[in-house]
Design a protein around this ligand. Structure first.
Ligand code: HEC
Length: 149
């Protein structure tokens, strides 16, 4: 059973993260969301859309064989992933364990460009767009399940 390190975030505490602390949850406070809106506009909107709408025909591969940027709104797939998976994809790009080895993707890795907190805030902004009760219920279930794995 892993511990979810939300307490440190709420306290705004800068303590060195314990192993497995990537399992912390996307924060949902207004400050994180406001900060994330700026990060999103500067670093994500060019591909994922200013309204989080993604690129046109995002399920169809480009001539390069790669996939377009998916929407991050409720119509997309992003909400299907637990928080730490979204964090890992944003930080490291689409590499194992969340993509096959040598998977070709246009999704940049933001390690080195954005701090962990900037990544969490961008995700907080994205997450603030998920409001449908079915989506919220599905995510709550997903987050419960993954803690016992
Ligand atoms: C240069 C274009 C580009 C930028 C900029 C970009 N992305 Fe992406 N992103 C993509 C593409 C393309 C994919 C789909 C990759 C694939 O499946 O091969 C993707 C996929 C993702 C996914 C996985 C979604 C899923 O359902 O699997 C997440 C999460 C994500 N991006 C977050 C972000 C965040 C957060 C930012 C800003 C910090 C960002 N992206 C900036 C192109 C971009």
């Amino acid at each position: 059973m892993m511990t979810i390190l939300v307490a440190g975030i709420i306290a705004g505490c800068d303590q060195a993260p314990a192993p497995g602390s990537d399992l912390r949850a996307i924060p949902d406070g207004a400050e994180w969301i406001a900060r994330g809106a700026i990060v999103y506009a500067q670093h994500c909107a060019a591909c994922h859309g200013t309204q989080l709408e993604g690129q046109p025909e995002w399920r169809r591969r480009l001539p390069s064989g790669r996939l377009p940027a998916p929407p991050h709104d409720e119509s997309g797939h992003t909400w299907h992933h637990p928080d730490e998976v979204l964090f890992a994809i944003t930080k490291n790009g689409l590499v194992p364990p969340y993509a096959p080895k040598d998977y070709g993707s246009d999704m940049p890795a933001y390690a080195g460009t954005l701090s962990d907190d900037e990544i969490w805030s961008a995700l907080a902004f994205i997450k603030s767009h998920w409001k449908a009760s079915e989506i919220l219920a599905a995510r709550a279930q997903m987050m419960r399940d993954r803690r016992t794995k």
